[in-house]
Write a new protein. Structure first.
Length: 291
């Protein structure tokens, strides 16, 4: 095959729109995708991430995300839908890699790889974009996750936030990587539709002082039943870490602290489940089957 130079970072642009056949496991692009799958630091350095599957490629392209590379296994090359997506990606400058199933399996570290694998540019709102987005819709619902650790929880929450029409998810403090393959997989494509932002606890607490609607935290020691709260818009739902829950300074920043009643012996609900329960209550009057 004709090889392009090894990847050199987010700012680098490669020969756009070419198609390459790769058969070798030691090809630099195979190594690059493996590193993007396996290493957070490589994703951070490059500003890229990997998402598996034709559905996610379709979501990414329809939502206007930049595709860096699209990898097609043998089955994808026989599929009209996959060929269409590849043509769109290529027209937007992506490099198309045609590979064998074993190479695809090695890249993604899966025995049964998806036949389409995309490499996309990460998108996360900076402070100014977040401020603009917060101001743009006074009726919005937002979710904030303090120190979320589990990529499956984060992905599931993004998917649920998408399902209820939340405006975005704010990652507070040190969190798991939203662009890790496990997190992306759990979003089922919602990563491409729900804006993400990141901020420190201090910045969150500062924002909380002037939040115009309800800032509801969830806490196992909350004294208010989550169904008894009147959720003024804009509503910001703050969820705690899987092990530690919400620390006092974060809980104190909230205008209400909600508890979801429990029967039985479970200590608490899973974070993603609790987020789903809360979001559906917050949006109870808004969502109908006709939407
Ligand atoms: N040991 C932790 C604690 O003491 O908070 C449990 C954390 S729980 C697994 C993760 C997060 O889910 C909590 O911080 C809270 O945001 C939410 N959560 C889980 N069950 C809840 C409940 N019954 N009521 C309110 N929030 C709950």
């Amino acid at each position: 095959m004709s090889e392009r130079p090894p990847f050199t970072g987010a700012g680098s642009r490669r020969a756009a729109g070419s198609v390459k056949q790769i058969t070798s496991f030691s090809n630099p692009l195979v190594k690059e995708i493996k590193a993007l799958v396996a290493q957070r630091k490589h994703r951070q350095r490059s500003g890229l991430f990997v998402a598996e599957g034709l559905k996610l490629a379709t979501d990414a392209l329809s939502a206007g995300w930049s595709v860096d590379m699209l990898v097609l296994g043998p089955e994808a090359r026989e599929s009209a839908a996959a060929r269409d997506i590849a043509a769109t990606a290529r027209a937007r400058g992506a490099t198309i890699l045609e590979v064998s199933t074993p190479v695809l399996a090695a890249m993604t570290r899966r025995d049964n790889p998806q036949m389409v694998v995309g490499v996309y540019e990460q998108k996360i709102m900076d402070g100014a974009e977040l401020t603009r987005a917060l101001k743009a819709d006074p009726a919005a619902v937002w979710v904030a996750l303090d120190h979320v650790r589990d990529p499956g929880n984060l992905g599931t929450i993004l998917r649920t936030a998408d399902a209820v029409g939340a405006k975005g998810v704010i990652l507070v403090g040190e969190t798991t990587d939203p662009f890790a393959v496990e997190a992306v997989r759990a979003t089922m494509g919602s990563l491409f539709h729900v804006p993400l932002a990141r901020m420190t606890r201090a910045a969150f607490q500062e924002m909380a002082t002037s939040w115009p609607g309800t800032l509801v935290g969830t806490h196992l020691k909350g004294s208010t039943d989550y169904r008894a709260i009147s959720y003024a818009r804009p509503t910001l739902l703050l969820m705690g870490n899987e092990q530690a829950g919400l620390p006092d300074d974060m809980a104190n920043a909230c205008t209400a602290l909600a508890r979801i009643p429990q029967a039985g012996e479970a200590d608490s609900l899973n974070l993603a489940v609790a987020t789903g329960v809360m979001l559906y209550e917050i949006r109870r009057g808004d969502l109908t089957l006709d939407a």
